[in-house]
Design a protein. Structure first.
Length: 189
């Protein structure tokens, strides 16, 4: 079975798996568009998203305050498995029904949050490591919907920075990045 969120994740997950696989060990200390995160930290956050998303789908308690260093062993393969398991968790019947008991938000909103995390952090990782990244057009409208609905809350909680002023030349995805506090022209120093 599939759901709206698992269908969106099917578009968001493969490019991010490819980006994670393309990160070289020598790049782990590099800067990212997320001012407080090096590439290693960003990768660990992506692991956290993939793993916690399964708990959110199952309506279980999630501790977002703890980020474990997952970059040992064959971590690129492990991430791929975790990301595919996240898609599976969000494809279960009834997963979008109701409100999350732990986070107090509609399950669908939380599913969109997971999609947006992958879309935006995919760009972060690609920009930080010099890899190409093309966001599937099907992901732009749900990303815009989530940012329209939850952007102010995200900024007030520190998940997003202040909106970055940009021109039309950055395109639709660039404008969405700007809503999260990212400069679409960012590049490593």
């Amino acid at each position: 079975m599939s759901t709206e969120i698992s269908d969106l994740l099917e578009h968001a997950v493969p490019p991010v798996i490819g980006l994670v696989a393309g990160v070289g060990d020598e790049q782990l200390a590099g800067a990212t568009p997320c001012a407080r995160l090096a590439v290693r930290d960003l990768l660990n956050h992506l692991f956290q998203v993939a793993r916690n998303a399964r708990l959110v789908a199952a309506r279980r308690d999630v501790d977002w305050s703890v980020t474990v260093d997952a970059l040992s062993g064959d971590w690129r393969r492990v991430f791929a498995g975790d990301a595919h398991a996240m898609v599976g968790a969000w494809s279960q019947p009834g997963v979008l029904d109701g409100v999350s008991p732990g986070m107090g938000l509609p399950q669908r909103t939380l599913g969109l949050m997971m999609v947006v995390d992958l879309v935006v952090h995919g760009w972060d990782l690609a920009s930080a490591t010099g890899q190409p990244y093309q966001v599937d057009e099907v992901l732009l409208a749900p990303t815009a919907e989530f940012l329209d609905t939850m952007g102010d809350m995200g900024r007030s909680m520190g998940a997003f920075g202040p909106v970055v002023p940009v021109g039309a030349e950055v395109g639709r995805f660039g404008r969405l990045l700007a809503l999260t506090g990212r400069d679409p022209a960012w590049s490593p120093a």
